[in-house]
Write a protein that binds this ligand. Structure first.
Ligand code: F6P
Length: 544
């Protein structure tokens, strides 16, 4: 479908990229870690402790070279232990790994999710246009029209539940990507919230849903069941609890209660079998992975809370970032550069983790969402061809908002023995805050990045700050739908680039299946367990 199809694990650009089947495109046997570029980077890494970040900043042109202004988003990548020579080699690595060809294959709809033999088309939701297949474009447009209409009806009170009352409260029941993305966006953009109250239930911990239901009026509550597969046990159990509540509160029978629900799924048949009326089912394509589904009908809760126009602005921000990623020159390409700098720390300097610290309380859930985007995508141990990886893959992503984190774990960032690259995220303007608060918030963020880099010499070892600790700073003009879309797409594409260079499939998640199977085995009463597990099952009353 695309002019150049899948790239390879290999760094040799002589590989024939016209191969149509991405699973067989990696024809060369050369691993990226044996290429000249990789070996040169390893040699430079051996000497990396001598790179002084602050001195790097004294080099004329450094700031210009390492900062990029994308309009709503300004990115400063200058405070890194990356010299010009290292950056050039990292860019060569990306070139030799044919990252941008792989990206083009993704956006054109090639089946780059090789273990599930599917295309990966969340970018197509942001920009549904040729060369994507007509069928896909039509489907996206139809579902968008339904999202628009239904969310408008719910917001203006014309959509009525079974008792005829307009909706005051919506409960989105879903987990993972069917929860984190919409929950993060609704929380981040609460300045734009003009619709009914929206609540999110994800955990199967019954205390959560029961305490929420206690506060709501069943007659004016709408349940949105969000599940790509419509098989996720937690979501189905929480939905059954909500339906039982409708039945008790509204005196319904079990065939009536699903009428108080809307389902968002890729599995219409399962939703119908569950009793959800056909006209109350919104769908999205199989080619959209759960952790990327916030851009699809899974964004329904966003449309209800913020209105469809704001959802469109969020999509447009994501599309703008995609255009930048596909067209900007490599040396100014933000997702590419962030990914490469991450690879430098992860694969050459031994960093195990990556911290993301938004200086905006409303972006607190951004870190949670990013954990799924990054760790479910790149926490992999086999290559796209099913061979064991020879390289370190995805880092542990963690963090929380500043200034809170400063009073919790920043001690380790400043004086601990671990290398932890940090992303600081701030907003230039915040109309929900007060100027005197916002000044202090931003001053803290900038001071932390400076302190991590400069450190401080002190005769007392307890008060010594080694400094030379790297960070990026990302500044949103303001936290609005467009800039949030851009920020999220930036991280998604960063994760894409890293997965492409490590030659892993960033779009499956087989690692989560075993735990699900064993939960079912336990719940079915199987006695076949090791002594520790058997004792725990006895102690918890899950077995006799
Ligand atoms: O178990 C992991 C996972 O499959 C995620 O990838 C997904 O976002 C989540 O579960 C929820 O899945 P579903 O939307 O199918 O209920």
């Amino acid at each position: 479908m695309s002019p150049t199809t899948d790239t390879s694990t290999t760094a040799t650009s002589t590989t024939d990229t016209s191969t149509a089947d991405p699973s067989t495109a990696d024809t060369s046997t050369t691993s990226i870690s044996t290429t000249d570029t990789w070996v040169k980077l390893q040699a430079l890494a051996a000497d990396a402790k001598n790179i002084n970040i602050k001195e790097q900043l004294d080099i004329p042109g450094r700031l210009d070279r390492f900062t990029i202004d994308l309009g709503p988003l300004y990115v400063d990548l200058s405070k890194h232990a990356v010299t010009e020579e290292i950056l050039n080699l990292l860019l060569k690595l990306a070139d030799e790994s044919q990252v941008l060809d792989h990206a083009r294959a993704m956006v054109c709809g090639d089946p780059i999710n090789v273990s599930e033999n599917r295309p990966v088309l969340h970018t197509g939701l942001r920009h549904p246009a040729p060369p994507l297949p007509d069928e896909f474009i039509e489907h996206v447009k139809e579902e968008r029209a339904k999202l628009d209409l239904l969310s408008q009806q719910i917001r203006n009170g014309t959509w009525r539940g079974i008792t005829g009352e307009p909706v005051t409260d919506v409960i989105n029941i879903g987990i993972g990507g069917s929860d984190l993305g919409p929950k993060m966006v609704v929380q981040a953009l609460r300045e734009f919230h003009t619709g009914p109250n929206v609540h999110f239930i994800s955990n199967v911990d019954g205390a959560e849903i029961l305490s929420l239901l206690e506060k709501l009026n069943a007659a004016s509550t709408l349940v949105v069941v969000s599940s790509k597969t419509f098989t996720t046990a937690e979501t189905l159990l929480n939905t059954q609890t909500a339906l039982a509540w409708f039945e008790t509160e509204l005196d319904l029978d079990s065939s009536q209660s699903p009428a108080q629900c809307i389902a968002i799924t890729n599995n219409r048949e399962k939703a119908k079998a569950f009793g959800i009326p056909d006209q109350q089912i919104l769908t999205f394509p199989d080619s959209v992975g759960g952790r990327y589904s916030v851009w699809s009908s899974i964004g329904f809760a966003i449309c209800i809370a913020l209105g469809f126009d704001n959802f469109k602005a969020f999509l447009a921000g994501g599309a703008q970032l995609d255009q930048h990623f596909l067209n900007a020159p490599p040396e100014k390409n933000v997702p590419l550069l962030m990914a490469l700098i991450g690879i430098w720390y992860n694969n050459f300097l031994g960093a195990q983790t990556h911290a993301v610290i938004p200086y905006c309380e409303r972006l607190g859930l951004f870190v949670d969402h990013l954990q799924q985007v990054d760790m479910e995508s790149n926490g992999k141990l086999s290559t796209r061809q099913g061979k064991p990886v020879e390289l370190e893959t995805g880092p542990i992503v963690w963090g929380q908002t500043g200034t809170n984190g400063q009073h919790a774990f920043f001690q380790l960032l400043h004086q601990g023995t671990k290398l932890v690259p940090v992303d600081f995220i701030g907003t230039l303007h915040d109309e929900l805050s007060k100027p005197e608060h916002h000044r202090v918030l931003l001053a803290n963020m900038i001071a932390q990045s400076e302190a991590l880099m400069t450190g401080q010499v002190n005769a007392d070892p307890h008060q010594q700050y080694p400094g030379n600790r790297p960070s990026s700073t990302l500044l949103l003009n303001k936290l609005d739908p467009g800039s949030l879309g851009m920020l999220l797409a930036l991280y998604e594409q960063k994760v894409f680039v890293q997965g492409a260079i490590w030659s892993i499939n960033s779009f499956d998640q087989w690692g989560v299946e075993l735990g699900k199977q064993l939960t079912n085995k336990i719940l079915s009463g199987s006695m076949d367990h090791d002594p520790s597990t058997s004792a725990l099952l006895k102690k918890t009353g899950l077995s006799d």
